[in-house]
Design a protein around this ligand. Sequence first.
Ligand SMILES: Cc1cc2nc3c(=O)[nH]c(=O)nc-3n(C[C@H](O)[C@H](O)[C@H](O)COP(=O)(O)OP(=O)(O)OC[C@H]3O[C@@H](n4cnc5c(N)ncnc54)[C@H](O)[C@@H]3O)c2cc1C
Ligand code: SF4
Length: 486
Amino acid sequence: MLSQLMTKKMLQFTKLNQTTPVKRPEQDRKQDFHEIYKEYINEKAQEQSSRCSQCGVPFCQVHCPLHNNIPDWLKLTAEGRLQEAYELSQSTNNMPEVCGRICPQDRLCEGNCVIEQSGHGTVTIGSIEKYITDTAWEKNWVKPSKAKKEMNQSIGIIGAGPAGLACADELRKKGYQVTVYDRYDRPGGLLIYGIPNFKLEKFVVERRTKLLKQSGIKFVQNFEVGIKKNLNELKRDHDAILIATGVYKPREIEIPGSNLKNIFPAMDFLTASNRKGLGDKVELFDNGTLNTQNKDVVVIGGGDTAMDCVRTAIRQKAKSVKCLYRRDRENMPGSAREVANAIEEGVEFIWLSGPKKFTGNKQVEEVQVNKMILGSADSSGRRKPEIQEKSEYNIKADIVIKSLGFDPENLPELFSEKELSVSRWGTIKIDLNTMQTNIDGIFAAGDIVRGASLVVWAIKDGRDVAVQIQKYLKEKSIQKDKVKAA
Ligand SMILES: Cc1cc2nc3c(=O)[nH]c(=O)nc-3n(C[C@H](O)[C@H](O)[C@H](O)COP(=O)(O)OP(=O)(O)OC[C@H]3O[C@@H](n4cnc5c(N)ncnc54)[C@H](O)[C@@H]3O)c2cc1C
Ligand code: SF4
């Protein structure tokens, strides 16, 4: 029902002029935010699940990167067989409770539901997936995996994000000895320090990583590969290595005034907010620097990370929150649902606008903005924004958050492994069949291969690479036995 309501609201918003700034009046602001999905009760899950027509052409399943067996677990839920629904759902997904909450379902499973296509509103697949798994946790059906047989080969995984964790889980189920190294103090990658609590509650991530620990996976936190050990040294400790380090280098805005104070990359802002939510002492938040309460906030960018920033600022009770994006609403890369939620919560979108310079005395006070028009399509097929002559105007800003996307760090340099082959964008090159890099025994998966993507794709890559690593290790032990026998 909630999704249906949201779809209706989104349609209303889409009808608004795409280029004019949209600001909802103060008195109209939603007091109760869209904190993920509202409570689902069993009857509601059953009612929604029974709306699935079992159409026989499961486009939802095809468009889910994990090819989850959605129609079957909907049927089981409709029949009240929740434990079976959970078993089926978790057999293809290492974190269904996470995907159910934060997958952009409007672009994946739900967007391709035949009921949605026929104009009757999608079956709320994501909410049901969340409901099934949350119920499984409550009822204690979720157990740490137990390997049938312990293997003596070991795998070192660099990165405790969803790609690394899914791979670790799969390999541990097969009995391999798995150690996950991460430079942060907590496992989870962007699930813990990137994605805000209102979309993905931190206890959900911590509960999952605790379970992985209980299954025998060893976690080594505060361990930055490249500083504590380089790649070659780590390789000597294990039979295979997976690089799943994600992409973290923020794209910069190179305009005058960029060095003024109070201009921050999105991840600094989101990490501070997430750490506060986790109960940490965060000096830059506590002294007000990264806290947007009572401030005029300008966020630059139009992707999902920008949406997380504006919605976090709203929750911190900012005085005003403006989102500057150089294309129009139709061409925003972020999820339409999140944009609609942000508007409802009081964010002002200023489409077709790009920053020209930041001005202020020591710290930013204003952003000078150019109006843009959309020109002809570029090589990617998207219309290129062009500056409208003499269109500058100023926007007041106490704090500016830059959210223009992420690039990979220079891993060959960071890992002291010049041989490691990367693409011209800096992502790691892999053999698409074996998922192995150009160095024997070193695999890569997730955002560091794809570029900034989605959690569900990272999980898919983690599962796939686990299969390839297992094949590699089996082959390696056969070769070893042959040498021994000779
Ligand atoms: C703000 C934000 C919001 C997002 N929201 C969504 C969303 O709503 N839905 C969605 O599907 N996707 C979302 N994404 C994208 C999603 O989070 C990523 O696609 C996904 O987390 C990638 O997984 P990963 O395992 O490849 O990398 P990551 O999650 O980035 O994990 C990589 C891990 O590697 C560690 N690491 C890096 N370098 C080293 C090193 N040298 N040594 C040791 N450890 C290292 C990092 O500390 C990190 O823990 C969002 C991304 C951001 C930034
Ligand atoms: S994993 Fe994501 S895409 Fe797949 S069924 Fe769940 S919510 Fe939909």
